[in-house]
Design a protein around this ligand. Sequence first.
Ligand SMILES: [Zn+2]
Length: 133
Amino acid sequence: MITITNELRQQVATQARYRCGYCLTLEIVSGIPLVLEHIIPPIKGGRNVEENLWLACYLCSEAKAILTEVVDPKSGLVVPLFNPRTQLWISHFAWSEDGRRVIRQSDIGRATVQALDLNNEWRVLLRSIWTRF
Ligand SMILES: [Zn+2]
C-alpha cells in the first residue's frame, strides 16, 4: 500500500482548490482540515494514488464512506456517485438563487445530493452565514 505523503496531500489539495469536491466547502471556512477522500474506497480496491484521491469535507466524506454508486431516488436505477476528479461540478449541480442549497442538474447530481445529504439543515444554515459575506 502506497502511503499518502504530505506532498501527495498538498498536490491533491491544490488540484481541488482547497475545497470539498462534493459540496464545494472551502477548507478555510470548514473549521477543520478537509480530508483526502478515496474516489474508489480501499475496501473496493481503491489505491492511495493521486488519480483516486480528492478533497472532501468531513460531512461529505462520512456520508460517502464506501459508496461509489447509489439508487437514483427518482428513476430507481443505480447510478454512479459524482466523481469530483473526472466530472465537472457544474454539469451535475447548481446553487439555488440564495446560494444555500445544491440543486441537482442530472441523475448523478440528484443521487449524490441525496446520498451525501448535501442540503441537510446544518449545511443550509452554514451556507446562510457564508453567503452574507
Ligand atoms: Zn462536502
